[in-house]
Design a protein around this ligand. Structure first.
Ligand code: HEM
Length: 450
């Protein structure tokens, strides 16, 4: 095994510098870096200072890591420690299998495919409200507006509350966490949390605020004595029963915070890119509107309707292919494995290059082009790990059904009322943070559809 470590079986990215390694190339273009590395080979080593990673852009190796031997590849320990910061260990930030599993089991009942359909009316109602607000404004910054829509929807579906006055500051608190954590993850030198830097102080202030809002929601629910049958009830039941010692107040608020984060930025970003793509591809928009007219007539969509709208589904998938909000994920090998000719030594840190897989020219002709019909039945076969916006395997997204339902309801609800046109002077640029957002926002002209 020692021999394997000193003689890595994978190529390095060419152009690596002494000491800093590939860090400056990464700094120049934090998204393009990964797609470029992906095109160098199925598994390529990169280095940022002392941190080395194997970048996996092979669907076969991704399948082995995420599905075949998932238990031997926990989420990367250093990244998880960064995610936690001074906070508690939670479902989405733990690298320990057993800890993750019991937490995941606790939350899963709220996210089954059929369970989430009961949120449909709330999702549509928030889209209707947003459409009215946007039409009145005339010109909007879509990404921020979308985050407001999805944040309102997640608070109401998961915790049965509206917190209109707090939504903007909650959004800010998640954005700042996301920026700080993603900045630290790639830093060649570790930055301690206790350092009273302006970024750390702002993060601390906003995190305290967020936890205060969420703890207030819990207190209100307990005081009201009402049972709403939502995720909060599920978490509270665990908190107040025999598991109490294991699942304390910090776990409760922490898991709520994780769900609000995971459940609003991702769908907001995807829907923002989707509406931009429609505005620049009128033929796709026209076809989608025809499908809407055929299936919906003059009604808003229901979960049954969206099952009858295959083109809508393709448009969402193609957007997720081009702009997967979670564009990569990190795993760490706990056991040495062999996959074909490749030996993955224990201790190897792996970047699963989600966006690299989605833009791989060998699997996707004209990979940068927007063509929803790639997802039409019979449009060519490909390895199923070539498209993994929600990942796959045991640790895949818990909210995938929720997200797909929300996007497939929100888009037609908005389009029935509005026409949106991109109002920027230059094409929008994706920005790599914790998720992939739009750099500088997405200005849009909005007009009501008569
Ligand atoms: C377009 C929308 C979404 C995308 C593309 C997406 C993608 C992902 C991905 C790739 C992961 C795995 C992260 C990793 O292991 O590095 C993940 C995890 C997770 N997602 Fe999503 N997500 C979306 C929406 C949602 C929504 C709406 C919710 C909740 C309502 C949600 C809840 C979660 C949770 C709780 C996890 C952690 C699962 C675990 O560690 O077991 N996601 N998501």
């Amino acid at each position: 095994m020692g021999r394997v470590r000193t003689a890595p079986a994978v190529p390095r990215r060419p152009g690596r510098l002494p000491v800093v390694g590939d860090y400056f190339a990464f700094r120049r273009d934090r998204l393009g870096f990964w797609t470029d590395v992906g095109r160098l080979g199925p598994v390529v080593e990169v280095r940022f200072g002392t941190q080395a990673f194997w970048v996996v852009t092979s669907p076969e190796v991704a399948e082995h890591v995420l599905l075949g031997a998932a238990r031997d590849y926990p989420r990367d320990r250093r990244l998880m420690a960064l995610n936690r910061g001074p906070g508690p260990e939670l479902m989405f930030n733990t690298d320990r299998w057993e800890e993750w599993r019991w937490r995941r089991r606790l939350l899963t009942p709220a996210f089954h495919r059929h369970t989430v359909t009961r949120f449909a009316e709330t999702m549509v109602a928030h889209a209707v409200r947003a459409a009215d607000e946007w039409a009145e404004a005339g010109t909007i910054e879509l990404q921020g507006r979308m985050r407001t829509l999805t944040m309102r929807a997640i608070l109401e579906t998961m915790f049965s509350v509206t917190r209109d006055d707090e939504v903007a500051r909650l959004q800010e608190s998640f954005e700042v966490s996301s920026q700080v954590v993603s900045g630290r993850a790639a830093a060649p030198v570790p930055v301690p949390w206790w350092l009273p830097s302006p970024a750390n102080l702002r993060l601390r202030r906003l995190t305290r605020y967020r936890w205060g809002v969420l703890a207030g929601i819990v207190e209100e629910r307990i005081a009201s004595g009402r049972v709403r049958g939502d995720l909060l009830d599920l978490l509270l039941a665990r908190h107040l029963t025999e598991e109490e010692r294991r699942f304390g107040p910090a776990d409760l608020v922490g898991e709520m915070s994780g769900i609000v984060f995971a459940g609003h930025e991702t769908t907001a970003e995807t829907t923002t890119w989707l509406l931009y793509l429609l505005s620049t591809h009128p033929e796709v928009e026209a076809r989608l509107r025809r499908e809407m007219a055929d299936v919906l007539g003059d009604r808003d969509p229901t979960p049954a309707d969206v099952e009858e709208m295959p083109y809508l589904d393709r448009v969402v998938c193609e957007t997720l292919r081009l702009y997967p909000p979670v564009f990569l994920t990190l795993r760490e090998a706990d056991v040495t494995h062999r996959v074909g000719d490749l030996v993955i030594p224990r201790g190897t840190r792996l970047v699963i290059n989600i966006r690299g897989l989605h833009l791989d020219p060998a699997a996707w002709p004209d990979p940068e082009g927007f063509d929803p019909d790639r997802f039409a039945p019979g449009a060519g076969s490909r390895h199923r790990f070539q498209f993994i916006p929600f990942l796959a395997g045991p640790r895949k997204c818990l909210g995938d059904h929720f997200a797909m339902l929300e996007m497939r309801l929100v888009v037609p609800t908005l389009l029935r009322r509005l026409r949106l046109r991109y109002a920027g002077e230059r094409p929008p640029r994706p920005r790599a943070g914790f998720t992939m957002s739009v750099d500088g926002g997405m200005p849009m002209w909005v007009e009501a559809v008569s």
